[in-house]
Design a protein around this ligand. Structure first.
Ligand SMILES: Cc1cc2nc3c(=O)[nH]c(=O)nc-3n(C[C@H](O)[C@H](O)[C@H](O)COP(=O)(O)OP(=O)(O)OC[C@H]3O[C@@H](n4cnc5c(N)ncnc54)[C@H](O)[C@@H]3O)c2cc1C
Length: 458
């Protein structure tokens, strides 16, 4: 008689976002007995509420915005308008098409047991899900991150939108105060402004997009102000938010002066914190509020438990979560061939128009580390495409070491998310600026600006 396995599963994956899904699939296809547990909607943040719906709406918004301004090309566009419910329907269709949102059946088709419910560790090899107990030889914790509203007097009582709820509103608010000018705050600021909302961003740092180099935040502030009427209040601390008629009153302090503004609604975009409240102490997994501690191989302090994605509190991007998920699966399946995730050439994107993309070290990073570097910059208006597309803002910046090896790059351009991958590849393979400068770049592509920036490095 076959021996009964000690555990119910070889692997239980907690969380079905990008951090969990790849590992579950890889392990199941390798013949392992796998279960996934999902507390909310299968697929996690990216397809259901994050990347996909925001970018679907942004695509529609950009077309609308371009069409409105197309008379300069001789296109008659005075009657362009939008229908908000139809925009929502388009967003929902895009989510459906990815097949990753609410995809419980996907797991079942892969031969993976799928449980809906909140997983909680009872011991190192056992979790509870609803009233059920499940055991496994290995676990992958991929519980992602969640929003925690900042501690601002009155905010909870007054109520606020989140990046998730703002996408479900039946119409755009007439005015919106966005607390936080990072990637998500700025993307949503532009999106709502295109649909006619009067947007104000309050950011505590000295510039919006503080994770990018200075000229990015400055350029985007100017473009948002000039083209979309968005006010960016930097070095601004929110003092209170209170109900004010059917809207809200936001009081903020800037340069020691307190002011207040009435808005229809407030959106909290101050970031997300790792979801670590899953009984990790019962499994001897060390963690802090900033994330689960892992070694180079994504193994937690309990050898058989791995972690991947936003719950590590590192990059908070879908492609990084997927990378970590694949690495964790490899390391669980092949303990003798363990690998570490390589983050050096991981791009970071902001899907505004123009788009923002960066990879490797920023100039600020190099200054902070006192690294001797060279820099080459090219404005977009130097390439012919800027004339044929009537777009002159934006730039490409490349940073190299003193031998010319590319360390980092930043692009602000209409197709920055696509352009950056040339530099991702260059960094991954330790290429030099001369390699890029000597590579043919097609005439009338935005990428000509990359060649020009590379050729300017002395
Ligand atoms: C508005 C917005 C836009 C974004 N746009 C982009 C973008 O364009 N590109 C990009 O790369 N990144 C983007 N991101 C970030 C990206 O969505 C995340 O980095 C990514 O989804 C992280 O994947 P994850 O698997 O770690 O977490 P998640 O996708 O959050 O998945 C974690 C899952 O675990 C579940 N869970 C939590 N606790 C438990 C428990 N105890 N038991 C069972 N299940 C549990 C949760 O319900 C969730 O479904 C965006 C984020 C937001 C909010």
């Amino acid at each position: 008689m076959a021996k009964k396995p000690i555990f119910d599963y070889d692997l239980i994956v907690i969380g079905t976002g990008a951090g969990g899904s790849a590992a579950a699939t890889i392990a199941a296809r390798a013949g392992k007995r796998v279960a996934v547990v999902e507390a909310e909607t299968f697929g996690g943040e990216s397809p259901n509420w994050g990347d996909i719906p925001t970018k679907a709406l942004m695509h529609a918004a950009t077309i609308y915005d371009e069409a409105k301004r197309a008379s300069r090309f001789g296109v008659r566009s005075s009657t362009v308008g939008y229908n908000y419910p139809s925009l929502q329907a388009w967003k929902d269709l895009a989510v459906k098409r990815t097949g990753a949102g609410g995809n419980r059946r996907y797991y079942e088709n892969e031969g993976i047991s799928a449980f809906g419910g909140v997983a909680h560790f009872l011991s190192p090899h056992e979790i509870s899900v609803n009233r059920r107990h499940l055991s496994a030889a290995n676990f992958l914790v991929a519980t992602g991150s969640h929003i925690v509203a900042p501690n601002i007097p009155g905010l909870d009582k007054a109520g606020y939108q989140t990046p998730r709820s703002i996408l479900q509103t039946t119409r755009p608010p007439r005015s919106l105060f966005i607390i936080g000018g990072g990637t998500v705050g700025v993307e949503l600021a532009q999106l709502m402004a295109i649909f006619g909302t009067k947007v104000t961003i309050g950011e505590i740092a000295s510039r919006i997009l503080p994770g990018e180099d200075e000229e990015v935040g400055e350029l985007m502030s100017r473009l948002l102000r000039e083209q979309k009427g968005v006010t960016c209040l930097t070095e601004t601390r929110i003092v209170s938010v209170v109900k004010d008629g059917i809207g809200k009153r936001v009081t903020f302090s800037r340069g020691g002066v307190e002011k207040s503004i009435h808005v229809d609604d407030v959106l909290v975009a101050t970031g997300r914190i790792p979801t670590v409240d899953i009984g990790l102490e019962n499994a001897s997994v060390a963690y802090t509020p900033k994330g689960i501690e892992v070694n180079d191989y994504l193994q937690t302090t309990a050898n058989h438990i791995y972690a991947a994605g936003d719950v590590l509190g590192r990059h908070k991007q879908t492609h990084t979560a997927l990378l970590e998920s694949r690495v964790a699966a490899n390391n669980m399946l092949h303990p003798k061939g363990r690998i570490a995730p390589d983050y050096t050439a991981t791009p970071h994107l902001t899907f505004t128009f123009p788009g923002i993309a960066s990879v490797g070290l920023s100039e600020d990073d190099c200054l902070r580390r006192d690294l001797p570097v060279n820099k080459g910059m090219s404005s977009l208006n130097i390439v012919a495409r800027s004339n044929t597309s009537d777009f002159r803002d934006g730039f490409v910046k490349i940073i190299t070491d003193k031998k010319g090896v590319i360390l980092g790059a930043t692009i602000v351009a209409p197709h920055a998310a696509e352009m950056i991958h040339e530099l991702v590849l260059a960094i991954k393979h330790h290429m030099t600026a001369v390699d890029i400068a000597n590579t043919p770049h097609a005439f009338l592509s935005w990428s000509e600006a990359i060649r020009v920036a590379a050729s300017r490095i002395g």
